[in-house]
Design a protein around this ligand. Structure first.
Ligand code: NAI
Length: 339
């Protein structure tokens, strides 16, 4: 079976090519650098399966073109699926699978990297020392011990992050519409209302999926409830934060530090080398200009262990589809998530 694999980089090909032969079935993986979107969907004509990543546009228009080209499976190499119009996929009879079970340590540990880089200003210290500037002025940080960390979304990644921060001696406040007993089983961890996470935390980290109900979850109203100088971290999805409100929060001092691995308009920026071009996104450029903002380009998942898991699960799902076996990681019609 031919599989059109979109948005591929050398590392995707390396890990998928390693996983493919180890799983029974005959599959030809055809790699495309380009992202899947309405104008590229015709590339998948006569491919029974397509394989996509976080910034591919699997909306209604794309799905209709895929359906006309006889595609019957969309395999996501990600856990998040906000880029897929599930209603339309189900209506068209296109099955959608995702990767539910890959290393949650990858993202959780990246969050800790962002927190400590911002706190101890490691990104700035690195540049200073390279410039033979050994002054400590401006590099003052704080102990994580005894700080309060708010975790919005206590699923797989949020709970691993909670365990790590527990190790630092932090107090943990969780908010999740579907609480998990394992979170509260941690010493110093308790669930509270959303507003209490906002108003009581020194560090707030977002670990919930993007849904129709939580677009701009962190907006100007939410930021107004922060303690002045709060550190805000987002490794989940860019649209959870209203970037313009965050910029206003940075200027006013409500946000003392911002660490993001995801950005609202990242589709046209992340995963590419744009060093020879002029970036047209003024909001992104303004964000980059603040020294207390640290941006990474959606690399939370990017560990050897996670890529191995992602590739294996993706190929297993495609193989199951090929053999008409039940699909373990199939997505069905979206359910409304209460906020
Ligand atoms: P998960 O499904 O295990 O946990 C998500 C949790 O969020 C669930 O407990 C759910 O009840 C909760 N939730 C849903 N809506 C909420 C809301 N409005 N407020 C608070 N909590 C809410 O997902 P997992 O594996 O922990 O991943 C979390 C998110 O991390 C993914 O949805 C994805 O957006 C992001 N992610 C980012 C990666 C990166 O490379 N930066 C890689 C993998 C995931």
């Amino acid at each position: 079976m031919k599989v059109a694999v979109f948005s591929t980089e050398p590392y995707d090909r390396q890990f998928l090519d390693a996983a493919n032969p180890s799983i029974p079935g005959d599959r030809e993986l055809v790699y495309f650098d380009t992202r899947l979107e309405p104008k590229t969907a015709c590339l998948a004509a006569d491919f029974p399966a397509v394989c996509v990543f976080v910034n591919d546009d699997v909306g209604a228009e794309t799905l209709n073109i895929l359906s006309e080209g006889k595609t019957r499976l969309v395999a996501l190499r990600s856990t998040g699926y906000n880029n897929v119009d599930l209603e339309t996929a189900v209506d068209l009879g296109i099955k959608v699978v995702r990767v539910t079970d890959y290393s949650p340590y990858a993202v959780a540990e990246h969050v800790v990297g962002l927190i400590q880089s911002l706190n101890r200003k490691i990104h700035r210290a690195y540049n200073r020392v390279r410039d033979d500037n050994f002054s400590l002025n401006g590099l003052l940080g704080f102990d994580l011990h005894d700080r309060t960390v708010g975790i919005i979304g206590t699923g797989r990644i949020g709970r691993i992050f909670a365990q790590i921060m527990h190790g630092f001696g932090c107090h943990l406040l969780g908010y999740d519409p579907y609480p998990h007993p394992e979170f509260e089983a941690l010493e110093n961890a308790r669930y509270v209302e959303f507003s209490e996470v906002l108003s009581q935390s020194d560090i707030i980290s977002l670990h919930c999926p993007l849904t129709e109900d939580n677009y701009h979850l962190i907006n100007s109203d939410a930021i107004a409830q922060f303690k002045p100088g709060t550190m805000l971290i987002n490794t989940s999805r860019g649209q959870l934060i209203d970037t313009k409100a965050a910029i206003a929060g940075i200027k006013s001092g409500q946000i003392g530090y911002l660490g993001i691995d995801v950005y609202e308009q990242e589709e046209t920026i992340f995963f590419r080398d744009l060093s020879d071009t002029i970036i047209q996104d003024d909001t992104f450029q303004l964000l980059q200009s603040f020294s207390n903002v640290l941006i990474t380009s959606h690399q939370g998942f990017f560990t050897r262990e996670a890529l191995t898991d992602i590739s294996r699960t993706t190929i297993e799902s495609i193989a199951a589809f090929q053999q008409r076996d039940p699909l373990k990681h199939e997505l069905t019609r979206p359910e409304k998530v209460p906020v």
